[in-house]
Design a binder for this molecule. Structure first.
Ligand SMILES: Cc1ncc(COP(=O)(O)O)c(C=O)c1O
Length: 327
């Protein structure tokens, strides 16, 4: 993110400000802040919607003007789970300034839904295999054609649009290809005999769309429960933060709390029951700005995946009820 944002901010000779949101992960937020300071531009930060947990296009546009060089908005929040309408945000920002560069951190969203950089019309997008069923130690980023050829750190002998440096580590690419093949296998499963008519990209999209639907069903079950076990919305003492009815704008992530139990203590009690989740609290510099813009003191972040089943969700709900009842 620093490399891509820096290339844009140092490469263009116009513009007086850059915009990001208070909901961003530090890797995206601080890249914009750093290069604003370095290039003498105003740094602008859009607050989150405290009710929905998302970023409203109307609010974002109040911060964008014809002097905005770059707008960096995450595709989905790693704390509230909200999915941002990047396509609409990019479209509206370009109405204000057709030359603006759009950056989107898709690290959180990539394992949950299709990322389509061409459809969204963004200049920079990134994801991290370690959040996408893959390995640590590498990250992937897309840059648009116009960003690819901007002056950037590269070997003189390489073409203008080459960003790779050094000797590649094949294992990292092999690991990511295995992830892609896995998602395609889900697509193939649902397409059945007709799967051979589709190319890899189409199979991947089909697979991701099914992952997304499976996760939405799990999210609904986690919030509403079943006849046998109440959902998070219905367990006394449990609070779902920045909850919203329309789950089409949420990835499978819930920010929650249990009355009378500190977040860290809560996470410890879940661990005793074999459930790993993390507290996101103000005392952590990674989380402070994010929980504050959401109007929270902190949150427990619950983030299952499509490969969890309904049994896992029911088990989690039973454990939550026991913890809330002090058992
Ligand atoms: C939204 C988001 N962006 C980016 C990252 C990448 O973090 P790192 O810089 O540690 O790879 C994370 C990791 O938690 C994230 O959730």
């Amino acid at each position: 993110m620093f490399h891509a944002v820096g290339t844009i901010m140092e490469g263009v000779n116009w513009g007086k400000n850059a915009v990001t949101s208070a909901l961003e992960h530090p890797s995206a937020h601080d890249a914009v802040e750093y290069y604003c300071k370095k290039t003498g531009r105003e740094f602008r930060e859009v607050p989150a919607n405290k009710v929905t947990g998302g970023l409203d296009p109307d609010e974002i546009m109040k911060y964008v003007d014809k002097d905005t060089v770059l707008l960096s908005i995450m595709a989905a929040s790693n704390i509230s789970g909200n999915i941002m309408d990047i396509k609409e945000i990019a479209r509206r920002a370009k109405e204000i300034n057709p030359d603006i560069y759009i950056v989107s951190d898709a690290v959180q969203h990539a394992p949950h839904a299709v990322i389509d950089v061409e459809d969204w019309d963004v200049d920079v997008c990134n994801f991290a295999p370690y959040k996408f069923f893959g390995v640590r130690g590498c990250g992937y980023a897309y840059v648009s054609d116009r960003v690819a050829v901007m002056p950037h750190i590269k070997l003189t002998c390489k073409d203008d649009n080459v960003w790779a440096l050094g000797t590649p580590a094949p294992a990292n690419f092999a690991a990511m290809m295995a992830v892609i093949d896995y998602v395609c296998s889900i697509g193939k499963h649902f397409l059945g005999d007709s799967a051979q008519k589709y190319n890899k990209r189409e199979l991947f999209v089909e697979g991701m769309n099914h992952i997304h639907l499976q996760e939405r069903a799990l999210l609904y079950r986690m919030l509403e429960g079943t006849d046998k076990v109440p959902g998070l919305r219905h367990i006394p003492g449990v609070q779902v933060y920045v909850d919203m009815e329309d789950l089409t704008y949420k990835d499978l992530i819930v920010a929650m709390g249990i009355e009378g139990i500190e977040y860290a203590e809560c996470a410890r009690r879940y661990l005793e029951h074999g459930v790993t989740l993390f507290e996101r609290v103000k005392s952590s510099p990674y989380s402070k700005r994010i929980v504050e813009t959401l109007g929270l003191e902190g949150a427990l972040r619950v983030s299952p995946l499509h490969c969890h089943g309904t049994d896992d969700i029911d088990k989690f709900l039973k454990i939550t009820k026991d913890i809330a009842e002090g058992k």
